[in-house]
Unconditional design. Structure first.
Length: 120
């Protein structure tokens, strides 16, 4: 979410993932994927910089997320061991950090592993 200001001066947060286009006409108009429009006090460049900063923040914070192994359920769905423990109503150990399902490299990156000397 990015913080913006309406022309009336009231602040609001907008999900930047839903933005299709930002126009400067001379007011800054943000058009969302569903066609709704917001006129904001910030300049076009300020909105673009807010989006860039937000996305960079998400990527930087994702480096702190621990990734765990996954287990298969009988119906084929995959869930993390932590979720299995929660579903079984057993408390998580105090030293266990939240974990997500395991992550693998995209198939298009498979050839890059050998070139860089490590995983992509």
């Amino acid at each position: 979410m990015i913080l913006l200001t309406r022309l009336s001066g009231s602040a609001f947060a907008l999900n930047s993932e839903l933005i299709e286009r930002v126009d400067s006409t001379p007011d800054t108009v943000i058009t969302l994927l569903d066609g709704s429009k917001y006129v904001v006090a910030e300049s076009l460049h300020a909105v673009v910089n807010a989006i860039r900063y937000h996305r960079a923040e998400v990527i930087a914070l994702s480096a702190h997320v621990q990734v765990g192994e996954v287990e298969a359920w009988p119906d084929g769905d995959r869930v993390s061991p932590d979720a299995v423990r929660l579903l079984q109503d057993s408390p998580l150990p105090a030293d266990t950090a939240p974990r997500l399902a395991s992550v693998t490299a995209h198939p298009s990156l498979q050839g890059l592993e050998n070139r860089s000397g490590g995983k992509a």
